[in-house]
Design a protein around this ligand. Sequence first.
Ligand SMILES: *Cc1c(COP(=O)(O)O)cnc(C)c1O
Length: 368
Amino acid sequence: MILLNDFKRQWEDCGEAVLDAVRAVGESGWYVLGEEVRQLEAALAALWGRRFCVGVGSGLDAIEIALRALGCGPGDRVVTTPNSAFATTLAIVRVGAVPIFADVDAGGQIDLDQCREILSTRRDVRFLVPVHLYGEPLDPAALAGMREQLGCRIVEDCAQSILARRDGRPAGATGEAAATSFYPTKNLGALGDGGAILTDDAELAEVARQIRDYGQSEKYRHARLGTNSRLDEVHAAILRRAFLPRLDGWTARRRAIAARYRAGIRQARLRIPAAQTEGVGHLFPVLVPATVRAAFRAHLKERGVATGEHYPVPIPDQPAMREVPFEAPRGLARVREFCASEVSLPIHPYLHDDEVERVVEAVNAWGG
Ligand SMILES: *Cc1c(COP(=O)(O)O)cnc(C)c1O
């Protein structure tokens, strides 16, 4: 079976380097918020071209803590996308804020024109959490315009877009803060949970550092009510020593696979969303008519190709959202259509060339 992610192959490649990183932490005798976390934070800040990085326990926490550090709290309104991991919206709900969903564009990305309309007509909406979904960078000029002209405060969800660039800017370099995740399936994934906040704002970084560590401003001094969301030394060491040196190669491989799919797939009933040149191929979404999606996925499975759905249910339609207030002022017609049609093909750095060709052939042979 050609898998969506192949962690066994990753371990064959990286296992020794991972064990070396674990050994280094063990020998250091320091396991929480130490030199490894500081060095990973410095490396990620440099990679992103931002001044500060704060390692936290997960991508969910990174978004939530960044929002709290920006002053977002109970009753605040936050524009976001209905097509993402549930965590994007959950972070907003957990700070007590109210999600305002913009609909998506033809590629399933948050519709930035709608965001702008909502932000310019609704003075009570002051925050925006856009997602660079599937590794596709959103338009930085459009985000900068909303920040500068409409005064909204932005936390960019970069869980799927590390190293993505557009118009010379990294995804996540435009808003007040960016949040990313080291969940294993991400482009830079740990062997467990982790996340990070990136920002140029020294005050925001300091508040985020306090919040992740019980709200401490110094040892046993609690300036605010924080939480425990500390990145482990072990994960920081694994990420920096074993995985970060491979990230450029992994990203190049994802891009090559995406290019091969675009060149090789010839299937009349399938549409491939347009892509940016400097996306990072976190996922490879294709669209088929909703009525035949299950048949398409079954066809690929029969030919040994695993597929996914990202995401099968728009966030506002999830049962858990019945418990909380939210708004969708421009409706959800496009996201419902998109979520009913989307199929994700395998794309990960350990796919072999002959497997990529088998995916292309299986897609092209559908309905023959
Ligand atoms: C994975 C993901 C998150 C959540 O990250 P966790 O580390 O799993 O909490 C948030 N947003 C997006 C777009 C994601 O893909």
